[in-house]
Design a protein around this ligand. Sequence first.
Ligand code: ADP
Ligand code: ZN
Length: 807
Amino acid sequence: MKEIVEVAVGLPVFKTFHYRIPEKMKGSLQVGMRVLVPFKGRKVTGFAINLLDQSPKEIEEKLLEVEDLLDEVPLIDPQMLRLCRWTADYYLYPLGEVIKTGLPPGLHLKSELILTLTQQGMEYLAQGGSEAIQQKIFREIERCGKVSLKRMLKIFPGEVTKSQLFSWMRKGLLNIHGAIEGKEIKPKFERVVKYRGGEAVRPISRKQAEVLKWMEEKGEVSYSELGKTFKSPSKAIRSLEENGLISISDREVCRDLSLRPELKSYPKPELSSDQEKILIEILKGIHSKQFSPFLIHGVTASGKTEIYLRAIEEVLTQGKEAIVLVPEISLTPQLLSRFKDRFGENLALLHSGLGKGERYDQWRKIWKGGVKIAVGARSAIFAPFKNVGIIIVDEEHDPSYKQEEKLRYHARDLAVVRAKQDGATLLLGSATPSLESFYNAENGKFHLLSLPERIEGKPLPRVEVVDMKKEGGLLSEKMRRALQKSIEEKKQSLLFLNRRGFANFILCPDCGLTFKCPNCSVTLTYHLRDRSLQCHYCDYRVPAPGDCPKCEGHRLRGMGIGTERLEEELGTLFPGARVGRMDRDTTTRRRSHQQILKRLETGKIDILVGTQMIVKGHDFPNVTFVGVVSADTSLHFPDFRASERTFQLLTQVAGRAGRGAAFGEVVIQTFSPDHYSILKAKDHDFIGFYREEVEFRRALEYPPFSRLINFRLVGNSERRTKAIAEEMGRIAQSLLRKRYQKGMEILGPSTAPFAKMRGKFRWQMLAKGKSVPLLHQFAKELAIRLEDGTKGTGVNLDIDVDPVFIL
Ligand code: ADP
Ligand code: ZN
């Protein structure tokens, strides 16, 4: 009998912990189950990751006991645990937190410290004798009855500290105790009634006979349906059950109201010969039952999605499962209904737009083996399948596959790892593969497959570049003429501008004042609709002033344009046209994203203005013109991937044009018409772009010729953050001298490009090297040596392995 369990807690701690297994759980506690364990005076959810006969020697102190067993069967199977272990190790992140990332929310019970006022505290408040802040806090606790300590620190940042609260507790004014907060999400059941028939033992009433007859036709119905047909049927139902004529039971139901895609039919086409050729290669991989990685480089609308569908069909016939990753934003109704049409109910969807219950149910469908296909955004890589045959990553270059907070994993990279671990086929697809993936393909790590032409030989759109140095105003002559033509021909246009709001910032021409976010080192964007100034990073907002608050000048003016202003301008330029806008401001409501696309699809919009939301995943045959208002926004980003990102955006957005019968046209406006990102995008020349970019990366030893780890320090105090950054630099240099001299380089520490963000000060240091194990070793040592220095300072170290953007 195993005595001890090793537990990874769902908290930001690296170590795992050992607990004694109480008698009553012996035999039932298994690896992969959730347990509730005591932890630093609280109770937290952890995951059993190992069972041992006795406690490890080095742990001398008396072990605590597991408090509660939360599962009857393991939630996490050994394969998933293996993937999580790899992830934790690679991204230098606590295992418990990694496991948690893979699970739907609502499975983590945790006790929190809860504050309540004591009798004495209430009297104290009533007397009003305390200082203002104490009054404010006590009043808040009184108002809520009880409130968690965490929440108090959040609503009164900087005004109250934990130790202050505890000192009030010691004075007898507050109670602080641990209690389990929140509700665990559980499967949802509904009561169903089933017709059984047969002879009645006892005579039945007229109403019962009526219900019974109806039931005979229906077979099985839910209680709620029954209630809609008959008035208060409970009594009749109970008698019928006693009579043995019907049975009552519970049936698990799926909460999936917000993700019913439109049912449309997409006839299954004959494959083109190009498609046929590459599918044969992929099928060979699938049949080999071994890890078979492919990169499909296929221009926009070349039929990649159809290839995915066929490959999945094959995997299903082998009794295996499929995971399909798509960028969050392109989880459009179109893609979903195409999958639904082909695979019916055999599908689970995982993305952040779902409610908690819905997400849990989708996850559970996979976990129970009820479906064989999971489609979702990055977290779907943790879909709890047991027998994965294929993993597909659509638009594999997309930066949204990288999670930019907490566990900073890259779903495409994890897809490679999982496919390898599970011996599955891997399909990475894109019109603009990432440099890394294409480099891997060139070096034989991935098998390269190409779809160089659009389906049915449709030409790629013609792209023209306009030099804005020679133009005045917002829209060039060429752009205006193209829009005009498209309107006259009753076609549709997309206009891409990667900046929302009305004006980029406002400026007083008399004294030069601009408005900065108090929390972030950026200027505030002017929004016309609610006449506000907003920060796009922390959502800080204030009413826009009429006059300059500094010199009282009357000439405040907006500089730089955003989508809101573009929309307005188009209304003036083309009075008859119906202009729509899709950006974060117009898509805050649930489903509004889909509604805008629907309006475009049904021809109710002539020109759709949008940020990068319009770039991906849509297929609208009537869109013939695409305009890029400013290609410079992404080009001048302070990041070594700026050129790549620009090329990708331009190619993808241009790819939206001319997908139907009519020829597509694209106009790109820029102040850098000679930049290779722009020239190569103009010629639809990915390979040409790749050649130039890869030389640049080689020369500067950037990925794929090196690996990077970014160490970022984020803190409330500018002074302390800087001091710790300097300390980090010293440690790094001394480590470098001792062990890492060869094969590694350190850049920084220096302030991050956005030195302040959401009220926190940011410093960073970049480690660059060729050997992954060496870099990891260095990162671990650095983190350990820095740990003491950061404790209690409010400065946190955030390690980003293979950062996508170093901002
Ligand atoms: P991609 O994923 O490369 O953008 P899709 O698979 O979406 O390309 O294909 C683009 C369009 O062509 C879609 O409308 C799709 O239904 C259609 N299509 C794909 N393959 C074929 C084919 N073999 N014959 C006819 N139409 C096809
Ligand atoms: Zn801000």
